[in-house]
Design a binder for this molecule. Structure first.
Ligand code: PYC
Length: 307
């Protein structure tokens, strides 16, 4: 299995060029559902140790339905198959450029959530124009033991997010274990509450920016219970939808989102065709390794070390 690893603002992406399961034809959402249902061992084997690493998101290349797309892609981490992935799309564009498959300019990529556009500015810098994003619920409150009531919005940005601003715990590197536990408790409480609509799969906690140009700093919990080292492209899309719905950010205005480790994206939005927002996310990725993964039949950990 031929893979290329990159990182986007510290968050790893593994592009799988060949050797993945045959998911058949049809819409990418149906192929993603097949991957989640029938190929859990494959997903674990490439994301988890000993071949994968903490927080790794894989990008499985597939044939697009839309012939105008340079590729189709299905993203997954060790916990779930994702609808879309912003940092992964930045990493994928940089990887395709590294392979000589795309050059500077605009390209379309098909994901289970829909077609997204990438503008490759140079070997590392990419702008992703994401699928239409929207706020689904305003001000939902859940109770967390030891913390009390916590209130946030639920929004869609290619995945489904619970966004809490301000976080009851400081959004700093020193607090990452506490932030992780709180975010897991919030996700569990939301699932137990049974809120209408698609289930929340990611949680974002916001604190003040630590740089002069930053709008805020975020901590993002992903389905694998790891935190996103990048500011999370789909999470930023959900954030833009909430800021727009509250009248707190005008169309076209740009803000800088910091991640909990200090990496940044530049964000803006335009009105979408059905009342949501079309987010634009700009960030940078770097290729780190080109590898051929080997799976020996007698290797007891060929399907990864379970979470
Ligand atoms: O950047 O959208 C993103 C993302 C989702 C999960 C990890 N990163």
């Amino acid at each position: 299995m031929h893979v290329i690893d990159s990182h986007t603002g510290g968050e790893p992406t593994r592009v799988i060029l060949d050797g993945g399961p045959d998911l058949g034809d049809g819409p990418l959402s149906a192929r993603a559902a097949r991957l989640a249902r029938d190929h859990r061992d494959f997903c674990n084997a490439v994301t988890q140790e000993p071949r994968g690493q903490t927080a790794m998101v894989c990008a499985l290349l597939v044939k697009p339905v839309d012939p105008g797309c340079v590729t189709g892609v299905i993203y997954f981490d060790a916990g779930a198959v994702l609808g879309m992935c912003g940092h992964g799309t930045i990493g994928l564009a940089v990887t395709l450029a590294h392979l000589g498959r795309i050059g500077p300019g605009q390209h379309r990529i098909e994901t289970p959530a829909g077609v997204v556009t990438v503008d490759l500015h140079d070997a590392a810098r990419v702008t992703v124009t994401n699928v239409e994003s929207r706020r689904l619920h305003r001000q939902i409150t859940v109770e967390v033991a030891g913390i009390g009531p916590v209130t946030g919005d639920i929004a869609y940005g290619g995945n489904v997010f619970f966004l809490v601003d301000p976080s009851p715990i400081a959004v700093t590197r020193a607090q990452i274990p506490q932030l992780t536990n709180l975010a897991i408790a919030l996700r569990d409480a939301l699932h137990a509450k049974g809120i209408d609509g698609p289930p929340v799969d990611h949680v974002i906690l916001y604190g003040p920016a630590l740089t002069p140009e930053g709008h805020s700093r975020n901590f993002v919990l992903c389905p694998d219970d790891c935190y996103d080292r990048s500011p999370c492209g789909t999470g930023c899309s959900a954030r833009l939808a909430c800021l727009a719905a509250e009248g707190q950010l005008a169309a076209g205005a740009e803000i800088v989102q910091e991640s909990v480790i200090g990496s940044t994206y530049r964000l803006s939005w335009q009105p979408g065709p059905t009342g949501g927002v079309i987010p634009r996310i700009t960030g940078s990725a770097w290729v780190m390794a080109e590898t051929r993964l080997i799976f020996q039949p007698d290797d007891p950990f060929r399907a990864g070390i379970p979470l």
